[in-house]
Design a binder for this molecule. Structure first.
Ligand code: ADQ
Length: 462
């Protein structure tokens, strides 16, 4: 039987010893690795003075992880540089924040070659490879060049694919996209991201697409598939029913002191629309004096990518806006925004979600957004809260019973908050039931299977 080799920037062991992919994605990939056997390969998160390609193997609960250390220059150019200062902003439609430097592109290519060189000896002829996300676009091609001719290699993109005209600003766009033809299958969260990809390949590279979703340039071809990621709904429901979740639920209810809680949970990232969210909430406070002191917003936002300047700016920007709103509106017994910069264990988070009457998930652009699904999975079926969700999150395609909003419009989001607060219980239950059915059916196991089926259906190389 084939083994599975997962390759991503960071890896995650079942005991949580290495950080990186967390929650549902990690659980799903670990389950696949347990079933098929194999290895999860990636960067350890550690630095080394000189790259040696020495691999650190660990085995935990039936999952083997293999990690390597990188040089400081690698991390600057590949991770902080090309991945987080070039591709991430550009792929989230923030060309204004994207930085184009040849050293970043060079470092990105070098690290992908280092990954390929190091992981290559671990790969056997029958192994199936699954490469994750935008850190690793050229990896498939580098592996093919090193002799992985017959392995099935799939690639999944966790972030949006930007419109063609935006992508044209990337100096290496053509080369980068050509490398993707080394994969057998490329997966996207939504039809929209896939269509943007096809649009670029057609218009700029004369690619042709067949009705079955095979994209061709000359003699090279790749199968495209839409596979929206889900959460592990069963795992999350169990978390929500745990003692820890109940404690945090009760603690939140007590501290809410009879007021209605609105919750936001996001990595501190400009793509998540936090500033717009705060401004929309302020508008709600101004427009609805009667409701004003009946609500508060809890925003949990642990800092991420803190060495990148645009992240430092968003952080101080948010401190400014939340401070100003609290300064202008707070009273002796009420603070409108509780703004918390730290991460919490997932069971605690589940209790917090359940205690919130509104889940406010308003990214300006998001590949999928798993917080929206977790919020739904944590609700009390008898008295569920209301999900307010950005139209520009990939999740909106599957979650049309949420209150969908344009996150750029403070008026629309403010109106949505009022609508959600006044929504009768029957309607909340009906919407929640439909959302929960989707979250349960199209969960992370479904996602993994959908992608794996597409990969296994590709005709075997000869
Ligand atoms: P992210 O941009 O990280 O993921 P998201 O999908 O919302 O966004 O996942 C965040 C995860 O981190 C959730 O599981 C959430 O519970 C957890 N998390 C966030 N804040 C936390 C906190 N304070 N404490 C503890 N946990 C916290 C990228 C893409 C998304 C895509 C995913 C998966 O940007 O669009 O949905 O990958 O493909």
């Amino acid at each position: 039987m084939s083994r599975l080799i997962v390759i991503s920037n960071r890896v995650s062991a079942p005991d949580g010893s290495t950080s990186g992919a967390q929650g549902g994605l990690a659980v799903a990939l670990q389950a696949a690795l347990r079933e098929m056997g194999g290895i999860w390969f990636g960067w350890s998160g550690e630095l080394t003075d000189e790259f040696t390609g020495q691999i650190n193997f660990q085995r935990n609960e039936g999952v083997t992880t293999a990690t390597i250390d990188l040089e400081a220059q690698d991390v600057d150019e590949y991770y902080n540089g090309y991945a987080n200062r070039t591709l991430w902003p550009l792929f989230h439609y923030r060309i204004d924040l994207a930085e184009f430097e040849r050293s970043f592109a060079g470092g990105y290519q070098r690290v992908n070659e280092r990954f390929a060189e190091t992981v290559r000896p671990l790969i056997e002829p029958d192994d199936v490879l699954w490469v994750q996300d935008y850190h690793m676009f050229p990896l498939g091609q580098e592996l093919r060049r090193r002799g992985c001719k017959n392995n099935r290699i799939g690639f999944f993109l966790h972030i949006p694919w930007p419109p063609r005209r935006l992508l044209s600003a990337l100096p290496e766009a053509h080369q980068l996209i050509e490398t993707l033809f080394a994969y057998d299958v490329i997966g996207f969260h939504t039809q929209e991201w896939m269509e943007s990809f096809i649009d670029f390949a057609r218009a700029e590279m004369e690619a042709v697409v067949s009705p079955g979703g095979v994209l061709r340039i000359g003699y090279k071809s790749v199968q495209l598939v839409v596979a929206p990621i889900g959460i592990d709904a069963t795992e999350f429901a169990a978390l929500a029913a745990s003692d820890k979740a109940r404690d945090s639920y009760e603690q939140m209810r007590r501290s809410a002191d009879g007021r209605t809680m609105i919750v936001g949970v996001d990595r501190l990232d400009y793509s998540k629309g936090l500033e717009e969210r705060f401004l929309a909430y302020e508008r709600f406070l101004n427009e609805n004096p009667a409701e004003r002191k009946e609500v508060f917003l809890l925003q949990i936002a642990p800092p991420s990518r803190a060495s990148v300047e645009s992240y430092q700016r968003i952080r101080s920007g948010l401190e400014g806006v939340s401070g100003r709103i609290n300064g202008a509106h707070a009273d002796l017994d009420w603070v409108p925004i509780r703004y918390v910069n730290q991460g919490y264990p997932r069971d605690v988070l589940a209790g917090v979600y359940r205690a919130a009457r509104i889940g406010l998930v308003t990214p300006l652009r998001d590949g999928m957004n798993l917080v929206a699904k977790e919020y739904v999975a944590a609700q009390d079926p008898e008295d569920p809260g209301v999900l307010i969700l950005s139209r520009f999150a990939g999740a909106a395609v599957q979650m049309e019973q949420a209150v969908l909003v344009n996150p750029y419009s403070v008026e629309e989001v403010s109106d949505a908050i009022l609508l959600a607060l006044r929504m009768p219980r029957d309607e909340r239950i009906a919407r929640w039931r439909a959302l929960m059915d989707g979250v349960e059916q199209e969960d992370v196991i479904w996602w993994r299977k959908r992608f794996a089926d597409a990969l296994m259906a590709v005709p075997e190389p000869v």
